[in-house]
Each structure stands twice: as structure tokens, then as C-alpha cells.
Write a new protein. Sequence first.
Length: 318
Amino acid sequence: MQLSIVIPLLNEEQSLPELYNWIVDVMQSNSFFYEIIFIDDGSSDNSWQIIEKLAQENQAVKGIHFRKNYGKSQALHAGFKIAEGEVVITMDADLQDSPEEIPELYRLIHEENYDLISGWKKKRYDSVLSKNLPSKLFNAAARKTSGLKLHDFNCGLKAYKNSVVKDIDVYGEMHRYIPVLAKNAGYHHIDEKVVQHQARKYGTTKFGAERFIFGFLDLITIWFLSRFAKRPMHLFGSLGVMMFLVGFVSAGWIGISKLYKLWHHIPDILVTDNPWFFIALTVMILGTLLFLAGFLGELILRTQKNPERYKISKTLNS
């Protein structure tokens, strides 16, 4: 199979028929052998009923229905799991991503041998203050932290080799950082393509301003995981030992100073009245706790099991 088109969605009953027809027109005009995988992330409208109808009409349509809303990352994880196409395309269901971009994205992966092509919405139709400006700041921080020179990490329109989506684990809210996850998994042939961004035609966005706060927190998480996920003791242990030594040397200096003054009969305050004594003690305790955190992290890493992160209630044609 040439193409798997993975589409996570939440309450998109109005846009689904139009998006489906648009995708099918592009597939047929380019003679692609394809599948369309809709992942309904717990919609409360008629989205699933529409997907059922489309699956009855076209065996290339596959559907996954979550029991409740688990988030875009979990939806992508489920879609990636069953994707069979040589090239996997992800796109949003709100008609802001154009299916007309698919043939060129496919060519870049299939012929140019890229591992991942990320869409770049160079011209956007979103609010400047609520989305554009925060998005620019977010992407600048992601570029600096990850080392990937992409302009739009959060664009839903992306193309992947099938091996990439099988090797990465998209969890939590990490869908924003799939290129970083791919890089950390050893895929380095990653680039971007300017894609058309369209104004939302139906409904309202499912993401609020808080997504940027969570995005920055996730960025810190993925920075940590990319460097220390397999060796937490290297970070926590190093910091712990360093802080303990600083506290120990400080406490030792206070003790030596006290003994020197006693030996020479120099008046001095009690050790417990010296604020630096408590600072040194606190630093030693924090160092010990950080070392133990690293030790516990190593134990958890070696005994963890991957829990099921979502519940699928129904599937279609899969």
C-alpha cells in the first residue's frame, strides 16, 4: 500500500464528508493505493456515525472510536499502530490542512528518501495574539532546545516513512514534538515543506491558549527525556553529589572556623545561631534527595511496564 492518511478528530461532523470527498478526489486523480484512518477521540456529535457510513461505502476507510476523549497524541498512536502504507500522512479534520499537498509530500518521502517532512504554515489565518505570536515563541524555543531547524513543529500536516511511525511512541501531549521524537529514535533525514493553511470553515478550535503553556512544559520534558530518559542517575545523581559536596564542605568550613576560634579564645556565636550552618545542612539534604531520586528513577526504568493509555470501543475495516 502506498499511502496511509491518519486523521485524528473530535466533533467534526460538519467537515468530515467534505474532507473525505476531497481526499478521495486527490487519491483517484493520482492513482494512489491508499487507506484513510479516522480516529474519533470521543466525539459527542455524529462524527462516528458519519465515519461508519463512509466505511460502508469505501473499504479503504478505517475507523477507530475511543470511549472518551484521550487527546490527539493517543489518537495518533492508535492510528500509527494500524497504518500499513509505505508513506504515512497525518492531517487535521477541520479542513485547515489541504489534501492537495499530499502528492508532493508523498514524493518527498518516496523519491527523495526523507524520513519525515513537517508542514510549515508560513501564511496563517489564525488570530495574531491568541495563536500566531505564541506559536512563533513556542517554535523558537523548540528549535533552540531540539536542534531541529523547523519553523512549525505543531503543524498537523506531516509525512513519514512507515518505519518512523512504528518506531516512535507518541504519548501524553507529545504530538507537538513528533519530529524531535523521530530524531531521538535515530531518524535524521528530516525537513519541512511550506503548506497551504486555510481558515476554519466549520466549528471552533478544540485547543485553547493553555496549549502553549503545556507545550513549553512538554518541551522541557522531551529535552530531559532525550538526554536522560535511559540514565536518570546521570542528571539527578550528578546534581545530588555536587550539592551534597558543596553543603558538606560548607559545614566543614563552619566547624573548622568554630574550632579555630575556640582554640584561640575568640568570642563567637553558637553554630546553631549561624544561618550558614542551616543553609549548608539544607543543601546536603537536597543533594541526598536528588541522588535518591536518580536511584529510584533507575529502578523504575528497569521495572516499568507500558500501560494501556486509551480504550477503543469500536473499529471499522481494520
